[in-house]
Design a binder for this molecule. Sequence first.
Ligand code: ADP
Ligand code: MG
Length: 449
Amino acid sequence: LWQETLAHLERTLTPQHFSTWIKSIHFVEIDKDLVILEVPNRFILDWVREHYIPIIRETLSQIGAVAYRVQLNIAQRKSPDTTPQVPSSPEIPPAPPARDSEPISREGCGAYGLNSKYTFEEFVSGSSNQFAFAAAMAVANNPATTYNPLFIYGGVGLGKTHLVNAVGNAIHKKNPEMRVCYYTSEKFMNELINSLRYAKMDEFRNKFRSMDVLLIDDVQFIAGKERTQEEFFHTFNALYESHKQIVVTSDKFPKEIPGLEERLRSRFEWGLIADIQSPDVETKQAILKMKAEQNGIFLPEDVTLFLANSVTSNVRELEGYLIRIGAYASLTSTPVTLAMVKEVLKDILVEKNRELTVEEIMKTVAAHYNVRVSDIKSSKRLKALVLPRQVAMYLSRQLTSCSYPEIGERFGGKDHSTIIHAIKKIEKQTEDDFQLRSTINTIKNALTN
Ligand code: ADP
Ligand code: MG
């Protein structure tokens, strides 16, 4: 069945795509209607899953006359050189990383759930993250005596998880006796639910309250979850009162997290709040260079510049592209050139460079402020609506090529002078309102990702 499927795919796909991606798939077994396949590494897995699974499933099902399901796994590494270069670096674990799942209790020492690959040494600092980076270093050097809590916020893929793990890893390295614990707030919640269900609350409380350093990633997830917030509040207090370090990350400024209890919000503001903004072109270049080197990919200067300029500000995505390029280069044994990169990333770049619409902007702004799009379009003068509306107008002008009257039209038929007024207002306000400036950047980041 697999051989026939392959033959069929070979006829359907271009030779290059077939040899690059399909040939790297290894057939494992069929179990009833489940076809199990293997690929050598995570990046091929992502690519194949994204681009080829539907056609593979369809072809299998046609040939076998059964509605097959396909499971794609990463092969356990047999010999070190079956897949050259790309996957062999420590940056890329051979199996899906334990990152946000199970807490890793490193034996004989007190680190829980940390991802050891995220260190300060591997973090590129630039103007967009300098402040958060410096604050994180300060906390790592002197836990619980500088900034407590440290609250780091910023958009998706900008390095929050990396930075908070770096704090934990540095502390752990210097003070192996300290109990350092990394948890996503979601995992904190799940563990809480389990402890409640199995009447193990004492255990739960003891565990968290005995930590010397508690790192809670993506705290926005507990917003609106009453019981979790309450428990977290008490954990926070217990640790804070006994002078233990707390670091929290979030995608938003504390005030802007809808559904976050006031008492937690105010505690987050007790210490230091540091933001991470989208990286500028220079920082992106530096990150690309570092990651390319780590992955044994040779990137010509023009390619680095092209990627830094034309692609997203989401570092995770940038990394993904780089790995795709590396995988492609090594599988086809061709050097990385600008033309090749353009070809490999063609579809993604077209989608990325598509112009945003005013509607998308309104939707994203509304989601950020937790208001309705219809309210943004309305003329209601409520304070809670005026700012989001003006921000949406401002961004529409910045991120689209629409004229003032066109923008007015989309905002429920407003006069162009209203739009001009709103834009001027925001421009003026961002001059000295740091928080607003940062909020606008966060929204922009969400839009361009
Ligand atoms: P977030 O938690 O903010 O969504 P992550 O910390 O998961 O983002 O970062 C996404 C990826 O980008 C990670 O692989 C991380 O190592 C990398 N990354 C982000 N910022 C930097 C940076 N300044 N230097 C090096 N790598 C970075
Ligand atoms: Mg994260």
